[in-house]
Design a protein around this ligand. Structure first.
Ligand SMILES: Nc1ncnc2c1ncn2[C@@H]1O[C@H](COP(=O)(O)OP(=O)(O)OP(=O)(O)O)[C@@H](O)[C@H]1O
Ligand SMILES: [Mg+2]
Length: 281
């Protein structure tokens, strides 16, 4: 099976409001896939459909080859991290995981492994209610991959975390990929999407308006194709990013005049601001 997830014209309406207007996407096995889009675009809604928590108005989705309308057939093979799947506040980290291990039929020895992996072993007896935000995220993540799922859904796994904690979570996500898991995540952090994802899709006003490898997407929006140069004497120079710049650059380098040089391909953030007309926060 080449694809972990296949979506065929997924439509979701809430009353009159059409939130998803025909989503066609495929997520390859073993990849980290990032779904991006402004707040309210329908990212969480799509995750809910793919994980069988919401039945879509139209279209079909396959998860590991099975229709998500019959999610119970593959339920044990997926893991998820979402806000509304609250932790049991009065239970310790260990007991939270123990409860989920029972539900997911995971062996108890996996609990220790998950706690160690997420750096929570020392705090295993700490009540969930007393955890910091970063620790809660790590506990949710530990729970998501407790059963070594084949597909992981992570809805904003790093929102609100400091850069170091976010980096730890990135490392854990990459480890899951190395183990063979497919990861479907959402994020508002474009730098995170650029670094972490094999493919990204941008959801805007109910449609996928861009899809590809992050670098490829950025290159597609390189309208300017310029080189921006700063010389040691403070002068700023803009040159066309082609052979016409070669002689001038050679001269700068030989005379050791060149301080910085940048090409003008946009960042993922710039691309998505152009496409959505909004800034991501
Ligand atoms: N159960 C529901 N009933 C009615 N409307 C809903 C329901 N669930 C979601 N919506 C609406 O669907 C739209 C998409 O919501 P969703 O939570 O999927 O957005 P999102 O892309 O995840 O946003 P965010 O980035 O803020 O998390 C919103 O306008 C929301 O109000
Ligand atoms: Mg959401």
């Amino acid at each position: 099976m080449e694809y972990a997830i296949e979506m065929e014209h997924i439509v979701q309406k809430f009353g009159e409001k059409e939130v998803l207007r025909g989503i066609d996407l495929k997520v390859t096995r073993g990849e980290i896939f990032g779904l991006l889009g402004p707040s309210g675009a329908g990212k969480t809604t799509l995750i809910k459909i793919l994980t069988g928590q919401l039945e879509q108005t139209g279209g079909n989705a396959l998860l590991l080859g099975r229709n998500t309308r019959k999610i119970q057939e593959v339920h044990q093979r997926l893991g998820m991290m979402m806000d509304q799947f609250g932790l049991y506040e009065r239970l310790s980290c260990y007991d939270n995981l123990k409860l989920f291990a029972k539900i997911y039929g995971a062996e108890e020895k996996r609990i220790k492994m998950a706690l160690e992996k997420t750096g929570l072993f020392e705090d295993r007896k700490c009540m969930a209610a007393k955890l910091s935000k970063g620790m809660r995220s790590r506990l949710s993540l530990a729970r998501a991959f407790l059963s070594e799922p084949e597909v992981l859904f992570l809805d904003e796994p790093t929102t609100g975390l400091d850069p170091a904690t976010a980096a730890e979570i990135h490392k854990l996500i990459r480890e899951e990929q190395r183990r063979g898991a497919t990861v479907f995540l959402t994020t508002h952090n474009m730098e995170e999407a650029y670094k972490l994802c094999d493919h990204v899709a941008l959801l805007n006003e109910g449609n996928i308006v861009e899809y590809g490898e992050p670098e490829e997407v950025c290159r597609r929006y390189n309208h300017q194709k310029k080189l921006q140069i700063r010389l040691y004497d403070g002068e700023l120079v803009e040159l066309p990013n082609d052979r016409r710049a070669a002689e001038i650059l050679k001269d700068y380098l030989e005379k050791e005049k060149l301080e910085t040089i940048h090409s003008t391909e946009p960042s993922l953030e710039t691309v998505f601001m152009e496409l959505t007309g909004r800034r991501f926060v």
